[in-house]
Design a protein around this ligand. Sequence first.
Ligand code: AMP
Length: 415
Amino acid sequence: MILSAVKGMSDLYGSRAIRWTKMEETIKKIVASSNFTEIRTPIVEELALFKRGVGESTDVVQKEMYDFLDKKGRHIAMRPEGTAGVARAFVEHGLGLNEPLPLKTFYIGPFFRYERPQKGRYRQFHQFGIEVFGDETPQIDAELIFTAMRVLTSFGIQAEVHVNSIGCQKCRADYREKLISYFSTKKEGLCEDCRNRLEINPLRLLDCKVCDPKTRCADIPKITECLCDDCRGHFEQLQRSLTIFGVPFVVDPFIVRGLDYYTKTAFEITAITGGSQNAVAGGGRYDNLIHDIGGAQMPATGFAMGLERLFDLIPEDFFELPQVSVGYALSEDAVDQLVAFAKNMAGQPLNFFADYKPKKLKKALQKADRVAAAFTFIIGEDEAKEHLILVKNMETGEQKTFAQNDIETILGFCR
Ligand code: AMP
């Protein structure tokens, strides 16, 4: 029986892996240029962190967790998202006390959700995300959206920004009541989950993909009509700052996000390129999360971008794949010389590799063609006698013999 990868999880290899790495490098360069520094947290955390951080009534925690008991009976979960773990690290290491604030971090890595696999939705997927601690300003929220857009436009992707404010605990309480009384008369049209959620967490109804009240019901109360003065001012300034950053946006009063920790700013970014309607990134402000998981009151804001969805939006020929060059020995006697030559070529700019098993010239050239080598290096019997090597430019057909240790002259020929 051939074993296969776990359902919804995939391997990354070959040219796709090369392009994926280049995508990650581009992202890291962009965020480094705005002084975001990397944070790496473990793949697994205690389940309690996600229950408390992400929220017990969210789909992510209720239905999609990869959780298990470890050998000592601790309840562990594979991380479904990045914010809770980064926030846990922030509190655990006293980063708010020991590092200058605001602290600007980014992460990149795998995440796990037990969802029904389909295009753009996997059980192991990857996200790049940004988290900023100690800055309550709407300007930093705007900068995050601007940064997400910089990443997308650097890959030639056009996207649409949808922003909302979901208020603070104070104004959201009013909104909750309005939603409960609005939907109480419409229970028949709701799915079972939404009927259960109505009293516990009515905002979740706006995010439901099953009965989708957002598109089916008219005149649903809008949170933007319930915001307190502070939240309204914050939201208006966010919009002004986005305009100054040159980021077009639309206000969408029904964006609530699938995770419970958000306050004030919430946003989603949808790609226009590629016909996909799925959000490629989403995020917002979470001013209570640090406190909720045991830290001080600390404003924070962030977003996550799905890397599989991003990758699918990047045109296949966007990244130039590096060209290789390859060396062959045509006899047993020449192999040691090929080893010494490989040592001298290591680190040189030709992406040289040696194919050590001796072979006939015709076979060697066929193999060089298969790897699309830019240059082929050959040590035949005659060359070996005099420590020479034949170099062939595979595009022009031009070829020349050099002393094996004259790397400078060889590199000059290959430029
Ligand atoms: P979320 O953490 O749910 O706000 O998701 C942020 C982004 O991660 C989404 O916009 C998607 O691009 C991506 N994402 C979320 N869940 C998945 C998944 N199961 N498979 C692939 N990408 C995902």
